[in-house]
Design a protein around this ligand. Structure first.
Ligand code: NAD
Ligand code: DAU
Length: 360
């Protein structure tokens, strides 16, 4: 049975990936999820799979090389899928240090642990061991409004402390592939949305605020463009790259779905109006009057757009969920998980797990 070590699996994309993998492979695989449970890590996201015999959770910091090495010593790990990171641009502008620690040094710890567990005395690696580093399109910088796409060959030009830290981590992975022939891939993905996304990010923030009649903050002129991908399509892409992609290669993953932020907000408001039943008191709260233009994000990248040609040609992946369907699935999920949102916004989910880990 193949054993996966997933880092950051209690976060947004990591937890969706774990759900995707168990749905696809069921009992054919084993997953060990290592997560520090920062503010963004929430074990509620994995409640329905936590009792599986082929799933283990380890609370640890990826910067703690002893804890990570112990996992490799005690388990024959076949695949590493490395999600763990500080992921929010606005937080990186306020506090860059933790981004460098987790995203850069944490990645180095993961690389060293896997290398030391997988390397043979002659400097080659045990067969069929693979490391996938999950990265972002933000490393490529910003595109002009009127054209161009990010390709795997686009030079790196990160602007925020977040994207600079992710670019550094990508470079470390590249250096291990070039120097040691370390068996890895890098994926650079565009903006994800879907279930379990923390409501500091644009889409869940707008859904949550609109339903409560709170202001909808739009940075700058609202015309910055992002390329939105439904999270389950990303999960599928990661698995396909790891199983069908060429080792040592980078693959861009994107939604072919560019939208201005203000367009996203209007789509959410319209879809909420459409989906809320007559008589639901929230229907009266959801209104365009909530849209509030606020000061722009510092160094705000204007446009991101991925050309996912290579992953389509080599691996056969393409975005399956159109935005119209994906946003309805997302809103429906938030309707059905009001408690999740309440626990996250009140911080209760953290109090519960802090107490649980103290008693262990
Ligand atoms: P997230 O913030 O929702 O989750 C991050 C997870 O990592 C959390 O569970 C957190 O507890 C954990 N973590 C943070 N620091 C840790 C540490 N030191 N040790 C162990 N665990 C730690 O992030 P996300 O949006 O799910 O993003 C996951 C990955 O995908 C990141 O590497 C991010 O750069 C990348 N990515 C995200 C997007 C997006 O749109 N969200 C797009 C492309 C790439
Ligand atoms: O492109 C991939 C990246 O997408 C990932 O690497 C990051 O981890 C992820 O956080 C995301 O980064 P963004 O900065 O693009 O996402 P965010 O949801 O923070 O913002 C999306 C856009 O919306 C951006 O142009 C800023 C704007 N925005 C955001 C918030 C939170 C607003 O106008 N108002 C807001 O309140």
């Amino acid at each position: 049975m193949r054993t996966y070590l997933v880092t950051g699996g209690a976060g947004f994309i990591g937890s969706n990936y774990i759900h995707y993998m168990f749905k696809k492979y069921d009992n054919e695989i084993r997953i060990i999820n290592v997560d520090k449970l920062t503010y963004a890590g929430n074990l509620e996201n994995l409640k329905d799979i936590e009792d599986r015999e082929n799933y283990t959770f380890v609370k640890a910091d990826i910067c703690d090389s002893e804890a990570i090495m112990k996992i490799f010593d005690e388990n024959d790990i076949d695949r590493v899928v490395h999600f763990a990171a500080e992921s929010h641009v606005d937080r990186s502008i306020r506090n860059p240090e933790v981004f460098v620690k987790t995203n850069v040094l944490g990645t180095l710890v993961m690389l060293n642990a896997a290398k030391s567990a997988w390397e043979l005395p002659d400097g080659t690696f045990k067969p069929d061991k693979k490391f996938l580093h999950v990265s972002t399109d933000e490393v490529y910088g910003s595109l002009e409004e009127d054209g161009g796409f990010f390709y795997e060959t686009t030079p790196y030009d990160p602007h925020s402390p977040y994207s600079a830290s992710k670019a550094s981590s990508d470079m470390l992975v590249k250096s291990y592939m070039d120097t040691y022939k370390f068996p890895a891939n890098i994926t650079n993905c565009s903006n994800n949305y879907g279930p379990y996304q923390f409501p500091e990010k644009l889409i869940p923030l707008i859904i949550n605020n609109a339903l409560q009649g709170k202001k909808l903050p739009v940075y700058g002129d609202g015309k910055n463009v992002r390329d939105w991908l439904y999270v389950m399509d990303h999960a599928k892409g990661i698995d396909m790259v790891q199983e069908k992609g060429r080792l040592f290669e980078t693959y861009n993953i994107g939604g072919h779905n560019e939208k201005q932020n203000i367009q996203i907000i209007h789509i959410i408001l319209d879809t909420l109006q459409e989906m809320l039943p007559e008589g639901d008191p929230r229907k009266e709260l959801v209104s365009e009057n909530l849209i509030t233009y606020v000061e722009d994000r510092k160094g705000h990248d204007r446009r991101y757009a991925i050309a996912p040609d290579k992953i389509k040609e080599e691996v056969g992946w393409y975005p399956e969920t159109c935005f119209e369907d994906g946003i309805r699935l997302t809103i429906q999920w938030f309707f059905e998980h009001e408690d999740w949102m309440k626990n996250v916004t009140s911080g209760d989910y953290q109090k519960y797990y802090e107490a649980m880990y103290k008693t262990k």
